[in-house]
Design a protein around this ligand. Sequence first.
Ligand code: PAP
Length: 335
Amino acid sequence: MTTSQTSQPLPPKYLQEDDLSEECEKLLSILPKEKGWIGSYIYNYQGIWTSPRVIQAVIACQQQFQAQDSDIILVTNPKSGTTWLKSLLFSLVNRMKHPIFEQNHPLLVKNPHDLIPFLELRLYLDGQVPNFSSFSSPRLLSSHLPYASLPKSVQDSRTKLVYLCRNPRDTFISMWHYSNSLRLHHLDTNSIEEMLDLFCKGVSLHGPFWNHVLDYWKESVEKPHKVLFLMYEEIKEQPKIQIKRLAEFLECPFSMEEENCGVVDEILRMCSFENLSNLEVNVNGKLSTGVENKMFFRKGEVGDWKNYFTIEMSEKLNHVIEQKFQGSGLRFLYN
Ligand code: PAP
């Protein structure tokens, strides 16, 4: 954890546009661009809308990352509950090494993003080969990349992918709040109507939202041993069932003894919004990318969109949702 020393914080590292490679600068000049959610612009690279520095990191990650069969990669659209699932995944997979009742459990002193780093937003952000020597096996990693943009070795290996999806209305509201809080001081706050227009057009952080979800949904149906598709709302509704599903998918199911000793309940309690959001590290800490940990904890509820959407906005988004997900078999819970 590092603490801010200045009153005027720098933008998060993944938004900084200095030090880009010549190759990346050249590429940017020909990529489609749109108004940015956080920075001035976002660019479309391989169908993903993101910031210049992340594009450079995506290229480095695609060229260099060598997946291992034992790797577990958590993938999400931004603001779908990544932080929550990182905490669940970490405590579940490491429960032998770090018993959940342990007084100095890593989750008590580190933000989940520090325990399961993003490939393109953290490890490859400097365009260098990261040092994986401190990772224990299985390596727990994460990404916001769409399926088609994952490094080839991830698709070709037995690496397991855990995908978390959240209903688009709450994802949008969460993204709108997050990006307004991070927007650089000289830029105005984005209006909700304007950002909904962009979201519907697919221009969202790591968007389009729709293709991201649909591609992983399809992969999870075709390759159920490789991709597990989870939903934020279902974890909220039936946390025990969903975490057991996750444990079984990862081939580390809970024993009867663990269940009887309350291990499952304790993992859920430890990773709850109430617990995590009140920890000192998450109230006052910062990630190495410069983002304050508290930015990842706002309300953590299902249905907050109702406090923001007008009827017109609802109808607009409904129309896109129907159009995009028709016939996919995918249904969202909104309440
Ligand atoms: P990221 O993709 O940038 O890492 P992510 O963690 O997906 O962000 O999104 C944060 C959302 O998850 C916030 O939602 P909100 O804006 O609607 O409130 C945040 O509150 C929510 N969240 C964080 N931790 C938890 C948790 N333990 N349980 C439930 N929701 C959580």
